[in-house]
Structures are given as structure tokens and as C-alpha cells.
Design a protein around this ligand. Structure first.
Ligand code: PEP
Ligand code: MN
Length: 408
């Protein structure tokens, strides 16, 4: 397990405040999912793939107007529209339902765009299949519930349709993986993941925290799986869309799903985050699409620099291991002299000293704080083991071992 400290700040008068810690499992092994590459199921798709359309289909004219404008943007290949909207309160607009399927048929016919719809119930899947929707997706509220995902997987058995799976609301990579596995086991091979950020209980810059390390880990575990970023639901506001979209591309994500509306301010759902097709075109035009590999000269130089990093990492690990040996020696010494493990004064001194040193040599303060805390926690854990041998186990290492065993 890796512990990622999501947000820390140094407060005047306080050493720091830890606002949110979360854990996500890192599986050493890659997962084997049987996946058909994106380029095989999105004919004529550009790279990155762009999916756009309204949060919700509201009326025939609204759908057709926005679809026609999107079809004129070369990068847009897929038209999205929510027909059944999962709403927090029952009084809110819950989508137009099945009637919208006919509108989407007209979008297909008139514009040639592929259509994508969110499905949450088996009846939604059946209605979409009957009406030739091209792509389905599972929303964040559905992916949190394995019963729902299982039900949807059952109705999709034997059906050849692409399915995209949004991350669950909470930062749980296993739930996300589990949903992808259930669909894959049901025979869905045209699979993609959509990264739409994660719920956070405090007010923050983003509507949903990106927690980029989670989709990165998903990509590492399933390298064949296309991951599409949904900046609209991450940002919840228009002014951040460009920077989040650029970051997604720089992290090698396969595409973007961005909500667009003919009159965003008056949209019935997610009004703050939708943009006009015109603004979408401007946004797409401002993105820098970088290569994932370079020419021979570039690759040679990169290889050389990476070798230096490898060497330094080995040195870092060696220093860490030597540091931990001294930590053990101190633990033994404290034990013999019946002294507590933690001396808060010493810990404060370490932080102030290392932060000063770090800032002089160009290390980021937040990064350094996280690193110091991690090293300190490990030092305490080791000394606890020395004080009370046999009692202290490392639950993270145990869990990791269990996960590795279950994969063998
Ligand atoms: C949506 O795409 O409009 C939607 C409801 O998204 P999410 O499931 O990510 O909240
Ligand atoms: Mn939406």
C-alpha cells in the first residue's frame, strides 16, 4: 500500500495540519484484461479522442444544435448525452429518459458522430441496445456499487458494444478495477476508463479532486486500457478546463470527455462546467499534443539521463537503509535506558532544519514535508518493533503480501 498525503499545510504556530490521508493499493503485478485497442473500435478517431456533448439531453433542438456544431470540430468523434440523470434530490431534473434515444439516432444519422450514453440500470442498457447507441458508460455513482455493476454486466453478456467505466466517487482503485473486471468477464472487450476525479468532503479548488496518481496506477496495472479524462466533472467550472485537459494529455491519457451546451448558463444540469462548442474548439486548439516517443538522438539522451536517475535511486535507497540501521541502534539504546520512542522536540528540530536546508537547495516544501513524515513514521514503526518485539506488525506490508499471494 502506498500512503499518499493529499493535503498538508504549514500553519503559523502549528507544525502542520494533516487534512486528508488516503491509501490506495499498489499491485506489483500487472492485471490481464482482454482488451481491444481503442483505435479498433473508434474508426477515424483522432488522437486524443474527444467526446463531447451536453451533460443532459434536454430537448430535440438543444441536442441537434449542439451536435451539429460539434460535428464541425475535427477532433470530436463521439457525442455524449445523459438521458437518465442520477440526482441527489428527487426534485431536480432527472433526464428526458427513453425519448432521447430517438434524438441520438438523428445525431448519428445527420452528423455521423458516434453516440454515448450513461447507463445505470439493466433497462437502460436494453433501451440503448434497441436504439443502436454506439457506446455505453457507467457513471461514478454506479461504479461504487458492485451489485449494480454486476447486474449491468449480466445484461451485457454476449453483446459487442464498447463500455467506458468512470472512476467511483471515492478514491478506491479496487472498485474501479473491479467494475472493469466484471465487464471484461462478461465478455466486454472494448473497454475504457474515464477519470472524473474523486469526492472530497471539504471545499477545494476542484469539484472532484483529480488525485492523478490513481489513474496513473490504473494505467500502470492495465497498460492496454485506454484512460480518458473528464475535466468537466473534475473542475466543476469552466476556467480550469484547459489546464486539467493539458495535464491529462501530458500524462498520456487517451482522450478527453468535455461537456458542451448550446447555452451553458441555462443548462438544466452542471451549468457551471459546460462550455459552448465554440469555446470547446478554442480549448482544443490551445492544447499541446506531445509525442510519447522521440527521435533516436532524443531517446539516447533520455536513456542516459534515466541511467543517472537509476544510479541515484540506488544511492538514495542505500542511504535510507543506512539511516534505518542507525534508527534501530537508537531504538535499542532508548530501550536499554527506558526512554520513550518519540521526543517531540527532536522531531520539530528535524523538520525546521530539513525544511530550511531543502529550501536552500530547491526542494519543494510540501514534497519535503511528506517525505520527512514518511521516513519518520517508518523510524517510529521500527523502534516500536525493537521496544516490543513480536507485537508490532506492519499492516501495510501484510496486506501487500496477501495481495501478492492472491495473484500467484
Ligand atoms: C455525467 O457524465 O454527466 C455524470 C453524471 O458524471 P459522473 O458519473 O462522473 O458524476
Ligand atoms: Mn454532468
Amino acid at each position: 500500500m502506498v500512503k499518499a498525503t493529499f493535503y498538508k499545510s504549514v500553519m503559523p504556530g502549528k507544525l502542520w495540519e494533516v487534512c486528508f490521508d488516503y491509501f490506495y493499493p499498489i499491485n506489483i503485478m500487472e492485471k490481464q484484461l482482454d482488451i481491444i485497442p481503442l483505435s479498433d473500435w473508434i474508426p477515424k478517431g483522432s488522437s486524443p479522442l474527444v467526446i463531447s456533448g451536453p451533460c443532459s439531453a434536454e430537448s430535440y433542438t438543444q441536442v441537434m444544435d449542439v451536435a451539429r456544431k460539434l460535428a464541425a470540430i475535427p477532433q470530436v468523434r463521439v457525442f455524449r448525452a445523459g438521458l437518465w440523470k442520477p440526482r441527489t434530490r428527487p426534485s431536480a431534473f432527472e433526464g428526458v429518459g427513453e425519448v432521447g434515444l430517438q434524438w441520438l439516432k438523428d445525431v448519428q444519422q445527420e452528423t455521423g458522430l458516434l453516440t454515448a450514453v450513461e447507463v445505470a440500470r439493466p433497462e437502460h442498457v436494453e433501451a440503448c441496445l434497441k436504439n443502436n447507441v454506439d457506446i455505453l458508460w457507467l457513471g461514478a455513482r454506479t461504479v461504487v456499487n458492485p451489485f449494480s455493476v454486476q447486474e449491468l454486466s449480466e445484461v451485457l453478456k454476449g453483446v459487442d458494444i464498447p463500455v467506458m467505466v468512470k472512476n467511483p466517487l471515492n478514491p478506491d482503485i479496487s472498485l474501479w478495477l473491479g467494475a472493469l473486471e466484471r465487464l471484461n468477464q462478461a465478455g466486454i472487450r472494448k473497454l475504457a476508463a474515464i477519470h472524473r476525479g474523486f469526492y472530497y468532503y471539504r471545499h477545494a479548488l476542484y469539484r472532484n479532486q483529480p488525485m492523478w496518481e490513481i489513474p496513473i496506477e490504473l494505467q500502470r496495472q492495465i497498460p492496454d486500457l485506454p484512460v480518458i479524462c473528464d475535466p468537466s466533472h473534475i473542475c466543476g467550472r469552466r476556467d480550469l478546463l484547459l489546464q486539467v485537459s493539458q495535464k491529462a494529455l501530458d500524462l498520456e491519457m487517451a482522450g478527453l470527455m468535455i461537456e458542451s451546451h448550446i447555452d451553458p448558463d441555462h443548462a438544466l444540469t452542471d451549468a457551471n462546467q459546460q462550455i459552448t462548442p465554440f469555446d470547446l474548439e478554442t480549448l482544443l486548439g490551445s492544447l499541446i499534443v506531445r509525442q510519447t516517443t522521440g527521435n533516436k538522438e532524443f531517446e539516447t539522451k533520455l536513456e542516459m539521463l534515466r541511467r543517472e536517475i537509476d544510479k541515484m535511486d540506488a544511492e538514495l535507497l542505500d542511504i535510507l537503509s543506512r539511516r534505518m540501521k542507525i534508527v534501530d541502534e537508537i531504538g535499542q539504546y532508548k530501550k536499554e535506558n527506558n526512554i520513550t520512542i518519540l521526543q517531540i522536540r527532536r522531531w520539530s528540530d528535524i523538520i525546521f532544519d530539513r525544511l530550511n536546508l531543502g529550501s536552500r537547495i530547491g526542494l519543494d516544501r510540501e514534497f519535503l514535508l511528506q517525505m520527512l513524515q514518511l521516513v519518520h513514521e517508518e523510524s517510529i514503526r521500527r523502534q516500536e518493533g525493537i521496544m516490543s518485539p513480536g507485537e508490532i506488525v506492519n499492516p501495510e506490508m501484510e496486506k501487500l503480501q496477501e495481495e501478492k499471494d492472491s495473484l500467484l
